[in-house]
Design a protein around this ligand. Structure first.
Ligand SMILES: [Mg+2]
Length: 308
């Protein structure tokens, strides 16, 4: 008669884990002690923490961080938010990074697939077989731009960071590039060969894509106070590193202006209207050949179209 192996409940496994942990954690069954990654952890003593009283720490919070309502990663980034502007700026930047990481495992899936199986939390594996929370080239390149701005912006500095990203996986989660757009790769290859950074982006219609749009967000916060003409120039300059066709540049200008307007007004409709006014005033002449391609956005009717 074969003896059936008893399946332990989670509670039982935690009990065993706690015992093992006390004895030097040789046989942890659930997972590595997450408490050690929590900011409230008391070093050398995972059975207690700063948040719970010594006696009251529920046993179940020791290992799986997800189950602990007080868990806060030791790697949390702290930012100072003093006003609504800060709140909107950090909201924009963190929202961007989180959205990017949420999307990585399902990149290239269809809208129908996502309707059946919507993304509600971080996932791993998927399209690129990456761990939870892995961000893509979008975030890496935006981080390159942020760093260049913090180091006293120059277009050469941005280009140098892009090269570091491409060669060494700089500002990627694991120093490794698992995806890069073709136009972006070609442009960075030109940077490496010594071409003037603003001459590196592809100029033909076929070179268009969202590759510069996806990484310029930071410019809204950097150029917010600049005069309109200067602001447009800087957006064009940063786009031209990888995407130099007017269609790509115009998309970036519109996007940045929309974000800037969102910083100053609370209603999306109002920000949208102001953005249309802005580009009509400042871009009609220089972008006349692109205006028609953006007709649905510029005549204010984009929200009335169906999804498909
Ligand atoms: Mg990407």
């Amino acid at each position: 008669m074969s003896k059936e192996k008893k399946q332990l409940s989670l509670i039982e496994r935690w009990e065993l884990d706690i015992e093992s942990y006390k004895n030097g954690a040789t046989q942890i069954l659930t997972c590595t002690p997450q408490c050690e990654k929590c900011r409230y952890f008391i070093k050398g003593n995972a059975l207690h923490c700063e948040i719970y009283d010594n006696d009251n720490k529920p046993k179940y919070v020791l290992f799986p961080s997800k189950e602990c309502p007080r868990y806060e990663s030791i790697e949390l980034i702290e930012v100072e938010i003093n006003n609504q502007y800060d709140s909107k700026m950090f909201g924009g930047l963190f929202g961007f990074c989180v959205g990017d990481a949420l999307g990585v495992p399902v990149e290239f899936s269809t809208r129908d697939e996502r309707k059946i199986d919507p993304i509600k939390e971080m996932r791993a594996y998927g399209t690129y077989h990456q761990p939870f929370g892995t961000w893509s080239d979008d975030t890496s390149l935006i981080l390159c731009l942020i760093e260049s701005i913090n180091d006293d912006y120059s277009i050469q500095r941005v280009a140098d960071n892009f090269v570091k990203y491409y060669k060494h996986g700089y500002l990627t989660p694991y120093c490794d590039i698992f995806d890069i757009g073709n136009s972006t790769r070609d442009a960075i290859d030109r940077m490496i060969r010594g071409v003037n950074p603003v001459e590196c982006g592809g100029k033909t219609e076929q070179d268009n894509g969202n590759g510069s749009l996806m990484r310029v967000l930071t410019l809204a916060y950097y150029a917010n106070d600049m005069l309109p003409i200067k602001r447009i120039e800087i957006v064009e300059e940063v786009s031209s590193l990888t995407h130099s066709h007017k269609r790509s540049k115009f998309a970036c200008i519109f996007y940045i202006e929309f974000v800037i307007n969102l910083l100053h007004v609370d209603k999306k409709d109002e920000a949208y209207k102001k953005t249309i006014e802005f580009v009509k005033k400042y871009c009609t002449e220089s972008y006349y050949e692109e205006i028609d391609n953006y007709r649905r956005i510029l005549d204010g009717t984009i929200t009335s179209y169906n999804e498909e």
